[in-house]
Design a binder for this molecule. Structure first.
Ligand code: ADP
Ligand code: MG
Length: 391
């Protein structure tokens, strides 16, 4: 997080010393999914964690109906009347907070005017959910400023709705949920269908999560995502011959699936389903091994997850595979896998703290040599979900 004093100064430079009250500061994290990939839309578990870096929002009440939006990450800034909130491509990033304002107003929340300055520490568009972070901090901050209840699950749902309907991005609930309800040193076991969740202690001891950004521009994501979804639906249709009530792959245990998978005649469709059912099983195994602080076993599950995403679900790419392969060559690395939808974005690795410098150097060099791209690395702690910061 940027230095708070510097941000206060930037706020005053942008908006002056006036205003109708003190400046309040809110923060929402980014997130990483530790295991459980492409399970969410199949009725399975995901296992994300909030990060200690995210989006900080400084906000001060005005006496009128104007909303001022500025960000230290972008040059574009402007004031908009609360009465005239509508999507406008020319407003670029400002559409994200506008979407939240629009959804709050749809819910009947009466908002006053505010000046707002954001400052983000999450790389944009890398799959660490900077969009969910700015959405959730905006919803939480505005509701708190208005003295309204700021229920975190409701905020996650409202933020997802804003991203789906206002931004036109077809995302699930995991990102907004993790950013809203995250807890320091805990991951979140979440069933996306029912929003049942629990905080699971993630005692990583001498090991740290290191996120590697492939910096590979993601193409094809939407079409491949839709294709995977429809393949999972086809698998369900075949399996209904034995399980007439089946609607989602996540409703089958691994044993049930293995006993019935011969009903799926198409190799590719069977592989997709095999990944989903095994990946859900890996999430459940992760709960067990983490309960015993068996990080080595969790690392092996991470590797199993990556291999399955590469071979069965086929959503990795050269860059993700190279980064994971090189990570696993470094001493002191317990596990590594792609995280997010795939085809680019980030990997997450579990690395002994004494090996981090070597990890970044060796993986960075080998990655550059083999892909021609230069990677970024972030050493992460698991942080809290959205909250107000003491000022
Ligand atoms: P991801 O969520 O994976 O980081 P997205 O493309 O979904 O990538 O969202 C990134 C967009 O969110 C940015 O291009 C910008 O429009 C908006 N955004 C995120 N953080 C900030 C910020 N601190 N200030 C302004 N806009 C932001
Ligand atoms: Mg996003």
């Amino acid at each position: 997080m940027a230095d708070l004093q510097a941000l206060q100064q930037a706020f005053t430079e942008r908006y002056g010393r006036g205003g109708a009250g003190p400046v309040h500061v809110f923060h929402a994290p980014g997130r990483v999914n530790l295991i459980g990939e492409h399970t969410d839309y199949n009725g399975g578990y995901v296992f994300p964690a909030a990060l200690t870096f995210g989006t900080t929002m400084l906000i001060r009440k005005r006496g009128d109906d104007q909303l001022g939006f500025a960000s230290t990450n972008f040059d574009l800034h402007k004031h908009i009347s609360i009465q005239h909130i509508a999507f406008d491509a020319a407003d670029d990033w400002i559409n994200y907070p506008k979407g939240i304002v629009a959804k709050l107003r749809e819910r009947g929340v009466a908002l006053g005017g505010y000046d707002i300055l954001y400052s983000g520490a999450i790389p944009n568009g890398s799959g660490l959910s900077s969009s969910a972070s700015i959405e959730v901090v905006t919803a939480f901050g505005l509701l708190t400023m208005e003295g309204q209840p700021a229920d975190k699950v409701q905020i996650a749902l409202l933020s997802q709705k804003a991203e789906n309907e206002f931004m036109g991005v077809n995302c699930g609930i995991m990102d907004q949920f993790a950013v809203a309800v995250g807890k320091e040193d805990h991951a979140i076991l979440l069933m996306c269908d029912t929003l049942e969740y629990k905080h699971v202690p993630f005692r990583s001891g001498d090991y740290k999560l290191v996120i590697g950004n492939t910096n590979k521009k993601r193409g094809l994501v939407d079409s491949a995502y839709n294709e995977r979804r429809s393949q999972c639906e086809r698998a369900v249709a075949y399996l209904q011959a034995q399980f007439p009530q089946l609607t989602l792959l996540g409703q089958l245990s691994l044993e049930q699936f293995n006993g019935a998978k011969h009903l799926i005649p198409d190799d590719i469709v069977r592989n997709r389903a095999q990944h989903v059912v095994e990946e859900i099983d890996r999430v459940l195994q992760s709960m067990k091994v983490l309960e015993n602080d068996d990080l080595a076993a969790f690392g092996q599950l991470m590797v199993g997850s990556h291999n399955s995403l590469r071979d069965l679900y086929e959503v990795t790419c050269l860059e993700l595979d190279v980064m994971v392969e090189e990570a696993l060559k470094v001493r002191g690395v317990l596990g590594s896998r792609m995280t997010g939808a795939g085809f680019g974005g980030c990997t997450v690795s579990l690395v002994h703290q004494d090996s981090i410098a070597a990890f970044i150097e060796q993986v960075g060099a080998a990655y550059r040599e083999r892909t021609g791209l230069s990677a970024d690395f972030y050493v992460c702690e698991i942080g809290d979900g959205v909250k107000e910061l003491a000022n």
